[in-house]
Ligand binder design. Sequence first.
Ligand code: NAD
Ligand code: AKB
Length: 314
Amino acid sequence: MAKGKILVIGASGQIGVELTMALREKYGNNNVIASDLREENELLKGSGPYVSLDVMNKEMLHVQVIRQNITQIYLLAAILSATGEKNPNLAWHLNMQGLLNVLDIAREEKLEKVYWPSSIAVFGPTSPKKDCPQQTIIEPTTVYGISKYAGEFWCNYYFHRYGVDVRSLRYPGLISYKSAPGGGTTDYAVEIFYEALEHKKYNCFLREDTYLPMMYMPDAIKATIELMEAPKEKITVRTSYNLSSMSFSPTEIGAEIKKHIPEFELSCTPDYRQAIADSWPQSIDDSVARADWGWQHEYDLARMTEDMLKNLQR
Ligand code: NAD
Ligand code: AKB
């Protein structure tokens, strides 16, 4: 349990909504303050405190941290891979300055802990394609990947230089039904479910044989909370941990959906996002996370597909 309150920045986004709900469930509704630039997500309304906040406004953020007695921050505000390629300057600015603002305030106010997610997007075309290890060649080719890689080293720096207990996971593409994804290359794996249920067909923006690392949201939330709860001495990686549960192609997820919706038809018309996907690994080796703090996933492709369809049908 935190000594003070927890602030979630970017709480109205794909991860933020579910992470805020899970943190409220665990630590109490009033102890978890949701914040975002955009309005409060419908699913969060009435379940706990919300403040409108721009992470780029450091003074405002600092005032809120002191006023609300914040001792832990989960920073989720960012621009993702596909949107980032359309506006590289904005992506770099938000993804870097937002993180530096939070790390500085964490240092000045001696916050207990900070969480900041990285991504499989740190890896580039020269990284191993299969079972990409924790430590390897990392040469990202997207502005999003560059910002995540630089961010990882800022986290490492603030931990070693100033003692800020900042923890991080390299999430794969996340699949969820509670809140919509926000401009990533892996978003097809969410869209496909909506289209399958509504129109019985889906035209994917990636090629049918494009394998990418993916994860169902309940596993991502579990990993995040377990990492943040882990004893400090168990955390040996202060850049960001590889995290993995499944890897599939559009063909494979299409075939899995077809088991539930036999009329479902998949077609593929690759666009600019294909080059981003091609630069990333197809699967990830997360053995360091498993050894350090006992990470274990629960959902594979079959179980995730069944759960997604059941919940979306509802
Ligand atoms: P999202 O785009 O769905 O949500 C981000 C939220 O941040 C949005 O609600 C947005 O309004 C808010 N935001 C943007 N600018 C802000 C600002 N200046 N101040 C305050 N809030 C602001 O993103 P997400 O998918 O929830 O991702 C959250 C984090 O996880 C990001 O760092 C992302 O890079 C990382 N991540 C996500 C995935 C994924 O598949 N969703 C995978 C890997 C890593
Ligand atoms: C994206 O596709 O940009 C994200 C990610 C893997 O970081 N889902």
